[in-house]
Each structure stands twice: as structure tokens, then as C-alpha cells.
Design a protein around this ligand. Structure first.
Ligand code: SF4
Length: 349
């Protein structure tokens, strides 16, 4: 898949754009003043493969706490700042590796110069993050795709005109189709790296579908340098979903892909329970593995041939496959235990 050319920026030691792999990011939902809670979430997201993490910095207390978190974080942290240049400077004082600013909440750009120049001097990029729900008043009446694009480029141009070249743009809308059109338009008008995602995508089921379509469609056109899946659920699901989208598109070889059949009258084992359990157990396995869980030998053995580990369910005994070959036939009572031994062997290989 040919990716759109974009200039490269660095957020700490993570590159975005250019030939860098598409990075995964998420945003904490613990209060930033809850330093220990934030650090716990950072560790969890990092274990799942998250590259960058954003925290809201809504006030001075949060900026100070942000600094405490930065000092102990295993990942580069982005400060999400709205309305206030003062808070933006404070976030930089406290170790922000990137700022997210929303042009819809910046009343004007007259005070942008000292901030842009300071960020340029320190090598700190800005993410100009435009949201469909918070466009500035002056864009009302325009069609949304044009308004989103114009707002983003106006702000990015203001930063660049004042000396900051390290700029990432995000245009997000809760409607994946408007999101798609606006990002396509933006991608054709600039070389800034793009942060993509569908905002306010919703709860797990709805949000996954919208995000897979909205993010996947852009990535398939080569658009997008860093992604965030926004879900109204446990934030770990955001990283797992982003990882799945990227690995499905061949953009990131990471994590376990569990192939499971939809079940039918031939099904001999509880495929749903077993596949769900395996998915849960493998959630933080970063090694790229394909595991198949099928309810009968009819397709189970064939599917298992393309898997690192396969299960083909049988009435009392099931077939386990390893490296695509039949490995053993085991009693269903010990199926999961025997599977786990093979999983450990695969991970240790
Ligand atoms: S793999 Fe077997 S059990 Fe599963 S849906 Fe296909 S035929 Fe049915």
C-alpha cells in the first residue's frame, strides 16, 4: 500500500510521518491530577502497544501533575490544552513532548508567536486538532468538509508562519463519511502528517464499526500517520482496536489474530467461549500470531494449516494444530490447558 508523503515530526523518540510506521495513540480518562492513576493507565496502554499518550491539561494543577507523570512515564506524553496560551507554556515547562491545540477554542492567533517560536526551539510539535463539534463560529454556514479543512489549515499556517514547522493535523468528525471526505481533502492540500480517527465514535460495538470504516478507509488510501480509536469504554480497547485495524491492513505486525468460526449445526465445542477466553489471554501478547478456533474438524483442520496454533473441535476430543500441522488429539476437558502450553511455546520461540 503506497502511503501519502508527509513531512516527519518527532514526539520524544516517536516519529510521526515520513517513513515512520503508523503509530498508535490514546488518551487517558483518569484525572490528570491523579498521578498514580494516570501512571497505571500509561503502563497498561504501553503493554498493549500504545506509542503515544495524551492527557488533558485543563488547569494549572493539572499542568503540575502532568510534570510529575512525565518524569515517571515510559512513553512520550502529549498535553491537550484548550483556550489558554499560558497553560500551553506551563505544559511545556512540565515536559510535554507535543501540544494538542484546538483552533475552535483559540479565540485568535495574535499570541501564537512566542509559543510557536518556543516550540520550534525545543523541537516540540503541535497537533492542530479540529473537531466537528467545536468549530469556530466564523465557519458556521460553510459546508462541514470545507469548514474543517479551512479551520485546520488556517491554524497550521499561523503556527508555521511564526516559525514552527513540526505540525501534525487532525480533523475528526463523528460521521465517518464526513471524516473521510475532510481528511481526503486535507491530505491533498498539505504535507503535514495526519492524525486520524473518528471522534465520539461511541460504545464498543458501534465505535469499533465506525472506527474500522473511518480509519480503515483512509489508511487504505495511504492517508494517516498516527491513529486514535475513540471509544466510550475501557481505554485499553482503543489500543487493541487500533492494533487490529493496523495489523489487518498489514501496517503493523503485532498481536494475536484469533480466527473463529460463526458456528453452525456441525459445531462440537463452545467456540464463542473458547475464542473469547483465548482473545482475553492473548490481549497483551505483542508477537504476531494467528490462532484459529473452529467448531468442527471439517473446516478446522484446513483453517489450522494457515495458523500458528489451531483448534478443530470434536465431540469429546479436539484436534490441536501447531505450525499448521496436526499436533495432537486431546480430550476437551484439557483442551484449553494443552492449548496454553502450545501458546507458551510459540511465544518463547
Ligand atoms: S467450521 Fe465447522 S462448526 Fe464452524 S461454522 Fe464451519 S462447519 Fe460449522
Amino acid at each position: 500500500m503506497k502511503r501519502r508523503y508527509s513531512r516527519q515530526v518527532h514526539v520524544g523518540d516517536v516519529a510521526i510521518g515520513g517513513d515512520a510506521p503508523v503509530s498508535i495513540q490514546s488518551m487517558l480518562n483518569a484525572k490528570t491530577v491523579d498521578v498514580e492513576g494516570c501512571l497505571r493507565q500509561i503502563d497498561e496502554l504501553k503493554a498493549l502497544g500504545c506509542d503515544l499518550i495524551r492527557l488533558a491539561v485543563p488547569d494549572e494543577d493539572s499542568a503540575v501533575a502532568f510534570g510529575q507523570i512525565v518524569r515517571r512515564s515510559g512513553l512520550p506524553l502529549i498535553a491537550d490544552v484548550h483556550y489558554s496560551y499560558k497553560l500551553a507554556h506551563l505544559a511545556i515547562d512540565n515536559g510535554a513532548k507535543k501540544l494538542r491545540m484546538n483552533p475552535g477554542n483559540m479565540t485568535d492567533f495574535s499570541n501564537i508567536k512566542p509559543l510557536a517560536q518556543r516550540m520550534a526551539d525545543l523541537g516540540i510539535p503541535v497537533r492542530v486538532g479540529v473537531n466537528g463539534g467545536s468549530l469556530a463560529e466564523k465557519f458556521s454556514g460553510m459546508n462541514e468538509v470545507d469548514a474543517l479543512t479551512e479551520s485546520a489549515l488556517e491554524c497550521a499556517n499561523a503556527f508555521e508562519a511564526n516559525g514552527l514547522k513540526d505540525i501534525v493535523i487532525a480533523i475528526k468528525h463523528s460521521d465517518p463519511m464526513i471524516n473521510l471526505e475532510a481528511n481526503r481533502k486535507l491530505a491533498s492540500m498539505c504535507d503535514y502528517p495526519l492524525h486520524i480517527g473518528v471522534t465520539e465514535a461511541g460504545t464498543l460495538r458501534t465505535g469499533l464499526v465506525k472506527s474500522a470504516i473511518g480509519i480503515g478507509a483512509l489508511l487504505m488510501e495511504g492517508i494517516g500517520d498516527t491513529v486514535r480509536v475513540s471509544l466510550s469504554t475501557d481505554i485499553k480497547e482503543e489500543v487493541l482496536a487500533a492494533r487490529r485495524i493496523l495489523s489487518t491492513l498489514g501496517l503493523r505486525e503485532e498481536g494475536v489474530n484469533v480466527v473463529a468460526c460463526p458456528t453452525c449445526a456441525r459445531t462440537q465445542i463452545d467456540v464463542e467461549a473458547l475464542a473469547s477466553k483465548i482473545e482475553m489471554i492473548c490481549a497483551d501478547v505483542r508477537k504476531p500470531l494467528k490462532i484459529s478456533v473452529l467448531g468442527c474438524p471439517l473446516n478446522g483442520i484446513g483453517e489450522g494449516k494457515g495458523s500458528d496454533i489451531g483448534i478443530a473441535g470434536g465431540k469429546d476430543k479436539s484436534v490441536l494444530l501447531f505450525d499448521g500441522k496436526v499436533y495432537a488429539t486431546v480430550s476437551n476437558d484439557v483442551l484449553l490447558d494443552e492449548f496454553l502450553k502450545l501458546l507458551k511455546r510459540k511465544i518463547d520461540e
